[in-house]
Design a protein around this ligand. Structure first.
Ligand SMILES: Cc1ncc(COP(=O)(O)O)c(C=O)c1O
Length: 380
């Protein structure tokens, strides 16, 4: 795959290695947003059927990306919303605990914490051993070792948002299945750049912010929620999730039932006429590129950077345990991370500081020149 910079409009001279923060907007996605906004100039252009069709397209496309049936996809405004929707529906059995990993993203951590507080359960946190030069294998093993018959659920990332560790979801999913624990994955830092298969990995819920690797607008997230939750109680009661929603003339013929699948967990006004067409367009583009091609492009692009870090004795994990699109490099303790990131910015190189890592993330809008400029800036 060649770089796709021409499909974006990042200003020339900017080296944006920060898709993990937020993706730039594809030109085509921007067009859809403007089109969506203009539609409301004349409300007769928005038909009752439009409240549902575009949203259903989203379910189909996200389902294709992660190998899930469209009916099991819910539309959310944020990961916090999706995780809460799921965790609220996990029953507690005396003696159970919940499990997460160290420095898990707050939207997941707080949802798990709330569940634990409600039932007086322990939230077990499996830490990474930062003293090891290659940390991923050990971390994965310790996660696997901690999952047991008293684990109600595991909530964790597929790729760690701060350090780029790639977790062995297949092994973790198998272990969860074995002991009857639910597996809830935050895919915000991987779906769209790294292949994932909810069926193969036995994932019960996969929640994903859409403004990063899915290249959608802000305030959008997509969640796969497995069939076991199909009788769950949603966070809110929207008319749109009810079985009679399509009949605008009969909405007050109140019904008991929801639409089938995970639609009951949709946020109200899930048909957002600006955001939904934008995200649909973005998913079309991702499906056309192919996720494996995006990951392979990241591998090629990041290779000189990995070599550079190795030369500088910065620990780099083995290939199986790190993602190619998101790298968190632990800074030597004598380096002031904030100062370093500030200095890089002065040279038009944009990365993030997350904890003691500089987080570098690459996607198809990046070029070899971006990497060369990063290395040159780090050197100077
Ligand atoms: C791993 C991860 N999850 C979730 C989010 C966003 O969370 P929310 O959608 O709740 O704002 C981010 C944003 O940086 C993230 O890195």
């Amino acid at each position: 795959m060649k770089n796709q910079k021409h499909l974006f409009q990042l200003p020339e001279g900017i080296h944006y290695l920060n898709c993990a923060y937020m993706s730039p907007l594809l030109k085509s996605v921007e067009e859809k947003g403007i089109e969506g906004m203009r539609k409301k100039r004349n409300p007769i252009s928005i038909k009752p059927v439009d409240f549902f069709t575009e949203a259903n397209h989203l379910r189909t496309k996200y389902g294709r990306l992660i190998n899930a049936p469209a009916a099991q996809i819910a539309i959310h405004p944020a990961v916090s919303y999706g995780m809460n929707s799921v965790i609220n529906n996990i029953p507690y059995v005396k003696g159970q605990h919940a499990l997460t990993i160290s420095e898990e993203f707050p939207s997941c951590y707080y949802s798990a914490k709330r569940w634990c507080q409600k039932y007086g359960a322990e939230l077990r946190i499996i830490a990474r051993n930062d003293d090891l030069p290659q940390k991923g294998r050990d971390w994965n093993e310790r996660i696997l070792g901690a999952i047991n018959r008293d684990t109600a659920f595991v909530v964790m990332a597929s790729v760690h948002w701060m350090n780029g560790t790639k977790f062995d979801l297949e092994a973790i999913g198998n272990r969860c299945r074995e002991v009857g624990a639910r597996l809830l994955i935050d895919g915000s830092q991987s779906v769209g750049a790294l292949a994932i298969d909810v069926q193969k990995y036995h994932i019960d819920a996969l929640v994903c912010a859409a403004y990063k690797w899915l290249m959608g607008p802000y305030s959008t997230a997509l969640s796969f929620i497995g069939e076991d939750f199909n009788d769950g109680i949603p966070l809110e009661e929207s008319w749109m999730t009810r079985s009679n929603a399509e009949r605008f003339d009969q909405l007050t013929k109140y019904v008991e039932g929801y639409k089938p699948g995970a639609t009951r967990f949709d946020v109200g006004q899930s048909s957002n006429f600006i955001a939904v067409p934008m995200l649909n367009e973005a998913l079309d583009q991702l499906l056309e590129w192919g996720i494996d091609n995006i990951q392979a492009y990241g591998k090629v692009l990041s290779a000189p950077l990995i070599e550079y870090f190795r030369e500088k004795n910065v620990p780099v994990d083995d290939e199986i345990h790190r993602a190619f699109h998101l790298m968190g490099m632990q800074l030597p303790s004598h380096l002031d991370g904030e100062f370093l990131v500030g200095e890089l910015q002065k040279r038009n190189v944009f990365v993030s500081l997350r904890g003691s890592n500089i987080r570098i993330s690459v996607n198809v809008f990046n070029t070899e020149e971006d990497i060369a400029q990063l290395i040159a800036a780090l050197e100077s």
